[in-house]
Design a protein around this ligand. Structure first.
Ligand code: PMP
Length: 363
């Protein structure tokens, strides 16, 4: 099997052992004579996978099932932008949003369809090049929740210290850094994440909800969009995305084998440092996109070339060295190296070597 260094932002690289287990299960699940893609979602083989994935999710994040519940959705993180507001807001009610990137802006747009949004902080004035730190939160008791994006996939910034919320529940879009850091996950009342970056393939979105916050969800939401119904029905209200859930479980097993989220964080810090150090060694040649080095993402490293006319040449050289997926997001341009948990250290070293070599030759 040929493996290139795939720096794509998502869907993104998965561990080979996970791909192998998925391939086997697609051919035959547990000696059942059936493929994973053919078995009933209410049969015993799938049932075990479903329950195991839920409990492994909580265990990986250091959360207990007494305090937290898991729900699986379709529709991507983008659907969560809408249903979060449908479950927790109403006309005349307010939620606080910290806008640290383009995905956060989309979350705000959806919440505004349902209720009032107080932008507690934004870095729009500096093109979302940093995590905004000065907060204008609603008065205590006013905001139904405070929403953040823990990792800004497009801009390449990440939260390392979580914000205060004035007592309001903290909700996070963790699509691009769930399982990447040893955070205190019990600080969150609701976490959601599309699987296709750090957790598995596209097709399932993970929601992890504090039970005390679940009690506050509206009861009159369409069942498919309701956190309460999905939890009550164990995410088997209708047919769940069986294959992506199986792969998430395999990714979680892999994380466990590697030493859990603390080991992931340690590796992620080392991997990112290889690339940031190479960029910083040539400050007149490369400009990292994150304006405050303290906010630099460990997952999506973004930068520009001082001489943009060299961009095509850089990408061609990268391609010749088996590196792909490096152009920045279409809205911002520049370059982006996405190095989620499963991305190998050797690929980071290969990119760092190319960055240094290219700058020495062309700078
Ligand atoms: N939030 C973040 C932080 C993202 O990176 C993305 C996808 N790139 C989304 C939300 C949207 O996710 P989806 O495509 O699953 O709707």
């Amino acid at each position: 099997m040929r493996r290139i260094y795939n720096f794509s932002a998502g869907p993104a690289i998965l561990p080979v052992s996970v791909l192998e287990e998925a391939s086997k299960a697609v051919l035959e699940l547990n000696g059942s004579g059936m493929s994973l893609l053919e078995v009933s979602h209410r049969g015993k083989d799938y049932d075990a996978i479903h329950a195991e994935t839920m409990s492994r999710l909580l265990k990986t994040l250091g959360l207990s099932s007494e305090e937290y519940a898991v729900a699986f959705f379709g529709g991507g993180a983008s659907l969560q932008f809408a249903i979060l507001a449908m479950n927790y807001l109403a006309a005349g009610e307010t939620a606080d949003y910290i806008e640290s990137g383009e995905w956060g802006v989309k979350a705000v747009q959806e919440a505004r369809r349902v209720g009032n949004v107080n932008i507690a902080a934004t870095s729009v004035d500096t093109k979302y090049d940093r995590i905004p730190k000065t907060l204008a939160l609603s008065a205590p008791g006013v905001a139904k929740y405070v929403h953040i994006t823990t990792n800004n996939t497009i801009e390449g910034t990440q939260y390392f210290d979580l914000p205060e919320t004035n007592g309001a529940p903290l909700v996070a879009d963790m699509s691009s850094d769930i399982f990447a850091l040893a955070r205190d996950y019990s600080r969150f009342d609701l976490i959601y994440a599309g699987a296709q970056k750090n957790a598995g393939p596209a097709g399932v979105t993970i929601a992890i909800i504090k039970r005390s916050f679940l009690e506050k969800a509206h009861k009159n939401v369409s069942p498919m969009l309701s956190y309460a119904v999905q939890v009550q029905k164990d995410s088997l209200y209708n047919t769940p995305p069986v294959f992506p859930i199986f792969v998430v479980n395999e990714v979680l097993k892999w994380i466990e084998e590697q030493g859990g989220v603390s080991a992931m964080e340690q590796r992620n810090r080392e991997k990112a440092a290889l690339i940031y150090d190479a960029l910083d060694a040539f400050p007149n040649f490369y400009t990292p996109a994150a304006g405050d080095p303290a906010d630099r993402s460990l997952m999506n490293i973004t930068w520009r070339l001082a001489d943009e006319s060299l961009g095509k040449e850089f990408l061609a050289e990268a391609k010749a060295k088996e590196m792909d997926g490096l152009p920045g997001h279409r809205n911002v341009g520049g370059f982006r190296a996405s190095i989620y948990n499963a991305f190998p250290r050797e690929g980071c070293q290969a990119l760092a070597d190319l960055l240094r070599d290219f700058a020495q030759r062309k700078g």
